[in-house]
Design a protein around this ligand. Structure first.
Ligand code: HEM
Ligand SMILES: *[C@@H]1O[C@H](CO)[C@@H](O)[C@H](O)[C@H]1NC(C)=O
Ligand SMILES: *[C@@H]1O[C@H](CO)[C@@H](O)[C@H](O)[C@H]1NC(C)=O
Ligand SMILES: *[C@@H]1O[C@H](CO)[C@@H](O)[C@H](O)[C@H]1NC(C)=O
Ligand SMILES: *[C@@H]1O[C@H](CO)[C@@H](O)[C@H](O)[C@H]1NC(C)=O
Ligand SMILES: CC(=O)N[C@H]1CO[C@H](CO)[C@@H](O)[C@@H]1O
Length: 285
């Protein structure tokens, strides 16, 4: 049985999707949260004030996910990255990132399923989330492929800089912003590169979609702001006074998120990258 059959559970997934859609509708008819108040009172990050950053040390467990690592680096999750309950992950990502509760339930449940554990009673270490081809996949934007670099817990700084320098947009204050086409282009380049460097390269429709989804959080929650993404992707640290840029009262739903993910995924064009590479090579001859 393939891993996908093992981790999909149509009844649960259907229930979560309808719950998600209800939240999407509720967001349309309720007032937005006030800037500065997106993280609830009493939670780390409320009023734009995050707990201190402490880089990981030898023995700490870290994942392929920059944002979860950042939570551990700021002690929002245990700094060791170990023995985290799936249920705590639900609560903390709801508070920290203003993802809708549907999403906050769905991803930890999904992770519990692929690790063969119980969402309700079990725990995990961050590194365990990097199980290859469960969520972790080839051609990530901030990690070399697992076949080349087995430790997926640290960002590859050269890749991060390649991504950040794709930004062609502008924030309202004039600073650089990663746009939808910038992200599509970055994903296309990573795919072309990974396919040529990694003889064990694999991809699937499912991972393409989720890869686009994972990276689209940079455009929604971070508004594409390079000033905010740089500390997050290089040090896995919250920028000072950061808060989620999604102000919806019931959080970022998967339904709303689709509005960003689908255009990003549709814009992925590996042929174009290959053609451009070809022209560059010809021009430099
Ligand atoms: C339950 C929660 C979560 C789990 C289990 C999880 C897990 C993962 C994993 C395993 C990856 C690696 C995928 C790859 O190979 O590229 C990943 C990537 C990513 N995650 Fe998460 N994640 C979670 C929550 C979040 C949240 C809340 C955010 C944003 C606020 C986020 C943003 C990202 C981004 C941007 C990447 C892409 C990094 C890259 O392409 O190198 N994740 N996540
Ligand atoms: C929020 O932070 C500002 C600036 O750091 C501070 O002046 C203010 O008192 C804080 N408000 C609350 C309710 O903590
Ligand atoms: C893991 O955490 C639980 C509480 O959530 C605790 O009872 C247990 O002793 C911890 N296990 C280890 C190995 O630290
Ligand atoms: C998930 O977290 C939400 C809070 O965001 C909470 O209301 C809900 O009970 C939690 N769900 C489960 C199944 O633990
Ligand atoms: C988002 O789009 C994907 C595929 O395009 C679809 O499978 C999924 O059900 C959609 N999610 C929601 C919540 O609308
Ligand atoms: C934040 C985000 O979109 N995370 C997604 C990353 O990909 C996995 C599956 O590959 C999804 O379950 C997460 O929802």
């Amino acid at each position: 049985m393939g891993i996908l059959q093992k981790i999909t559970n149509p009844l649960v997934d259907l229930a979560v999707l309808s719950w998600d859609f209800s939240l999407f509708l509720l967001n349309l008819v309720t007032p937005d949260l006030k800037p500065g108040q997106v993280v609830p009172k009493g939670c780390p990050g409320h009023n734009l004030s995050w707990p201190d950053y402490e880089p990981p040390t030898e023995g700490d467990s870290r994942s392929a996910c920059p944002m979860l690592n950042a939570m551990a680096n700021h002690n929002i999750l245990p700094h060791s990255g170990k023995n985290i309950s799936f249920r705590d992950l639900n609560t903390t990502i709801r508070q920290t990132f203003n993802f809708a509760s549907s999403f906050c339930f769905f991803v930890p449940t999904f992770s519990a399923r692929f690790l063969g554990r119980s969402y309700w009673t079990d725990t995990f270490d961050l590194a365990e989330l990097s199980l290859h081809n469960a969520i972790e996949h080839d051609a990530s934007l901030t990690r070399q492929d697992a076949a080349l670099v087995p430790d997926q817990g640290k960002p590859d700084l050269a890749l991060v800089h390649e991504l950040l320098k794709e930004a062609t947009g502008k924030m309202p204050d004039g600073s650089p912003r990663l746009s939808i086409p910038d992200l599509s282009r970055a994903l296309s380049k990573r795919k072309v590169e990974a396919k040529s460097n990694n003889k064990d390269y694999s991809e699937s429709f499912f991972h393409n979609g989720f890869g686009a989804a994972n990276s689209s959080t940079m455009l929604t929650l971070f508004g594409g702001s390079i000033a905010d993404l740089e500390p997050m992707l290089t040090d896995e640290r919250f920028a000072e006074h950061w808060e989620p840029r999604v102000l919806s009262r019931f959080g970022l739903t998967m339904a709303a998120f689709n509005g960003t993910v689908i255009p990003v995924q549709m814009g992925v064009d590996e042929k174009k990258v290959k053609l451009e590479k070809g022209t560059e090579a010809a021009a430099s001859k």
